[in-house]
Design a protein around this ligand. Sequence first.
Ligand SMILES: [Fe+2]
Ligand SMILES: [Fe+2]
Length: 226
Amino acid sequence: MKTPDRHLTTVFSYYRDAEMRGATLLLRLCSMCGPGDMQSALSRHIMDETRHAWLWTKRIMDMGGVVESLDDGYQRRIGREGLPRTLFDIFALTVVVEQRAFTRYQQHLARPDVDEETRKTLQSVSADETWHIGWIESAAKEMARAQGDPTLYDQAIAKYQVIDEKVTQELLQHERNLFGFCYADPFKPEDLEIARRNRARWQSEAAQSMELPGVKAAVAQALAGA
Ligand SMILES: [Fe+2]
Ligand SMILES: [Fe+2]
């Protein structure tokens, strides 16, 4: 049996986690905003993010991989750096988070070693991110203007970009440490050899840990007679 590519299924679990936690943050925004257009935009946005989470879940399942529940993904790490308190701050952080998601998907798409199904998923999720960035950005700018100081927007974005950059570099290094290269980095020919060696290792680990039905039955028989 073919062993699923653990590097990819782990990366997709991180993408899925970011989409799920993004939707959670938007749900929080719903309870902080009054009635009107903001609620409509948030509803549509939440639908998109949960669809993205499902597309990554499905991609992992189609590859025969294990969907991981993560506690050290992008948003968790951002949260450890200090959570935004005000509505305006959550909007500003969301602009930066959406930009990061879009950038990461584009970096992955730019590589030549992307299979057809993954390429389709990356393109599908990226298509929605442009609208997400657009409406959240204009809402945050309007909030800054309403507070009488449009520069508040740039200040908040700059503050969250510093946190985003730190967390992103940590995550890239984590992926390189685990698998030998990172799908956000530009493609290098040696990545193919690293991926081949990883696959061979997983294959032999899977073969060694194979459960044999005959052995299981023999153990059950021995236990029953004990
Ligand atoms: Fe998304
Ligand atoms: Fe998004």
